[in-house]
Design a protein around this ligand. Sequence first.
Ligand code: SF4
Length: 255
Amino acid sequence: MNDAKRRAIFERLRAANPHPASELVHATPFELLVAVVLSAQSTDKGVNKCTARLFPVARTPEAIVRLGVDGLTPYIASLGLFRNKAKAVVGLSGILVHEHGGEVPRTREALERLPGVGRKTANVILNTAFGEPVIAVDTHIFRVANRTGLAPGKDVADVERRLEGTTPAEFLQDAHHWLILHGRYVCVARSPKCGECVIADLCEYRDKCLPGAKRAAPARAAGAAPAVPRPAVRARGVQPMAKTSRAGARRGRAR
Ligand code: SF4
């Protein structure tokens, strides 16, 4: 994909949703970190219900440590993997208290040393809490990057490297949210909504689902774009997906 087309894609995504934001309710980097760790294999809505009860009681690392695993568990018992999540949240809170003065560290290395935090979660925190121009590649971004031709790659690390290396600087901060939203609500895994896609004419995917168009047969013609591979993601503790604003996506779809 050439630079002009890449720039045009991000200009369209920005015009459709100028201010993408996290759907996880949070007021501080620590609250975001807790919410993201809790969000693994859970919905934002479910996490928000839990944190709406938890944060008024304990919204700092010190308070979470005082609560302990047994005290935290009842607040998050409605979530999948809640026992592991309780251990991770209390464990990371203890490390923040003892090694970081109660603050969430601003480096990927320090974040990745926290229980329940892998590269993707670290990138979400760096991007959303601290405004760093990094991209946390989840399954949605991986699919969109490969289909569109923005950053074809064989695994998430490859796609992350290509996206961060080719996305124009002015779009890098929000590219993370735009691409996730696009993959979650428009460029969905099955039957992408190409007919309502704001970048359809720029996208290089050869199996677009456009109104009136027949989808390609399973056995592809010579030269057709390859099927999008599934990202190889190595599980490490509690690994959540990045969560972004559904409202933003609706704004995008409306255009
Ligand atoms: S045109 Fe279709 S395949 Fe391409 S980005 Fe849009 S929804 Fe995805």
